[in-house]
Design a protein around this ligand. Structure first.
Ligand code: CP
Ligand code: NVA
Length: 309
């Protein structure tokens, strides 16, 4: 069966753990090497990943490209506007055709259903590089970062401050699969999707909403935020005003555990969801987190292509 990575639950707990272990091992094995040098075993030699972008990207685009180079493979990067997809060719036909040329497809799209349909009609693995609903590759990097700093994942308390968006959805999903509780502090009306919370709880996940930012962050091991206005959303002064009490400031950060780490998927809107003092502060591990996109995605690619159990 084709292994797709549309959401974390597609892979399941055991595979996620295997991917994190593989990511860590590969990262350690190439410390100090030039970044474009293939890993010693070049496990994806001869393989090509096609990437479709319907939205902007810096990290996802470059980290997947370098991931394939390090695994010994190659990439083809396409913006949907320059594809026939942008002129109305269906996602199903696009999936069928690309499957005849490449070994795997990554898509970044505004519509989760498009990613699901691409996976449905493709005969090669499809990876979600962000949709309006989820961002599983980002959370793989976040989990790897937490593992590096905390030496474990299960049982750590995560606190999310801000918009109930795609990134939070994948964190909640990860919490239910890898057994860590998630508290989210967000204003009424900007909550994560009910079905995502319900699915996580059905898997035994512990998820709690707090309307007070201080209650959300209290005693957290991991503090996370993201932009208040995601790609494709209209800039709304009303939303920015509602989010302001959830800004991650130094005075809020002290309510977390003293050794709490701060994560942000980037790009950041400094002075909105987080202050310079926090994002540039000693608890911030955002550059390791960004680097870990590369290492985590190498493991996702290996899993999708049947090179990891
Ligand atoms: N975090 C993330 O996905 O970054 P890009 O939008 O730059 O890919
Ligand atoms: N929530 C953000 C994440 C960007 C990486 C967005 O969807 O724009």
């Amino acid at each position: 069966m084709t292994r797709n990575f549309i959401d974390l639950a597609d892979a399941g707990t055991d595979a996620l753990i295997a991917m994190l272990e593989a990511a860590r091992a590969r990262k350690l094995a190439r410390i100090g090497w030039p970044k474009g040098t293939p890993d010693a075993d070049a496990p994806l030699a001869g393989h090509t990943l096609a990437m479709i972008f319907e939205k902007n990207s810096t990290r996802t685009r470059v980290s997947f490209d370098m991931a394939m180079r390090q695994l010994g493979g190659t990439t083809i990067v396409m913006d949907s506007g320059s594809m026939q997809l942008g002129r109305g060719e269906t996602i199903a036909d696009t999936a069928r055709v690309l499957s005849r040329y490449v070994d795997a497809i990554m898509i970044r799209t505004d519509d989760h259903q498009k990613a699901a349909d691409l996976a449905k009609y493709a005969t090669v693995p499809v990876i979600n590089g962000l949709t309006d609903q989820s961002h599983p590759c980002q959370i793989m990097a976040d989990l790897l970062t937490v593992l590096e700093y905390k030496s474990r994942i299960g049982g750590l308390e995560w606190a999310w401050l801000g918009d109930g968006n795609n990134v939070l959805h994948s964190i909640v999903e990860a919490g239910s699969l890898l057994k860590f509780p998630v508290r989210y502090g967000c204003p009424d009306g900007y909550d994560p999707a009910d079905d995502v919370i319900a699915a996580a709880r059905a898997r035994g996940g512990v998820v709690r909403c707090e309307r007070e930012a201080e209650a959300a962050i209290a005693n957290a091991d991991v503090v996370v935020t993201d932009t208040w206005i995601s790609m494709g959303q209209a800039h709304a002064e009303e939303k920015l005003a509602a989010m302001m009490p959830y800004q991650v400031t130094a005075s809020l950060m002290v309510k977390a555990k003293p050794d709490a780490i701060f994560l942000h998927c980037l790009p950041a809107h400094r002075g909105e969801e987080v202050t310079d003092e926090v994002i540039d502060g000693v608890q911030s591990v955002i550059w390791d987190e960004a680097e870990n996109r590369l290492h985590a995605q190498k493991a996702v690619l290996l899993w999708c292509l049947g090179k990891l159990d």
